[in-house]
Ligand binder design. Structure first.
Ligand SMILES: [Ca+2]
Length: 170
């Protein structure tokens, strides 16, 4: 596991309006300086910092597959996940997220949250798992439904998504 919390790199952050939310409650006008942390292909532990607006960059879905998913701690609603090459800017709100699923495994994710009917190509979603404090974000590829070897899973430890506390995907 690599801990990348110290590897701040200045970058411009693309916080723009998203496609299916009209009542975005997140305020980026706080003026926090931006920084970027890039995930590696290994299992990473990434850490947010209240002094920054951090963009956590996933160059591809292979950078956080279910078998070696990355964990972000101290994620805040002023942060963002950069799923570059996966999807344009959007936002996950509590009303977009799935209910708790029965376990952290590909079968449960595919059947109880990221079904082919709702998890469309290049879509994103979120779910929780009993006994794990935090929220999982799933980044789809171009194929509907969840496939563990193609779609990314990122754990936001200790973070709950609500309609006023979103997850920005840029
Ligand atoms: Ca897929």
């Amino acid at each position: 596991m690599r801990n990348l919390s110290g590897a701040a790199v200045s970058d411009s952050v693309r916080h723009t309006a998203h496609d299916h939310t009209t009542d975005a409650a997140v305020d980026f006008s706080l003026g926090l300086p931006p920084r970027t942390l890039a995930a590696t292909a290994k299992r990473d532990a990434l850490t947010g910092d209240a002094a920054f607006s951090t963009t956590f960059r996933f160059k591809s879905n292979q950078h956080s597959l279910l078998s070696k998913y990355d964990t972000i701690t101290n994620f805040a609603s002023s942060d963002a996940i950069d799923a570059r090459g996966v999807r344009s800017t959007q936002m996950i709100l509590g009303s977009d997220a799935c209910v708790e699923i029965s376990g952290l495994n590909a079968k449960a994710i595919a059947a109880e949250c990221c079904t082919k009917a709702v998890f469309r190509a290049n879509d994103v979603c979120a779910f929780t798992v009993a006994g794990m404090n935090g929220t999982f974000v799933v980044l789809n590829d171009s194929r509907a439904g969840f496939q563990a070897k193609q779609d990314a899973v990122v754990f936001l430890a200790g973070y709950s998504v609500t309609d006023t506390q979103a997850i920005h995907i840029v």
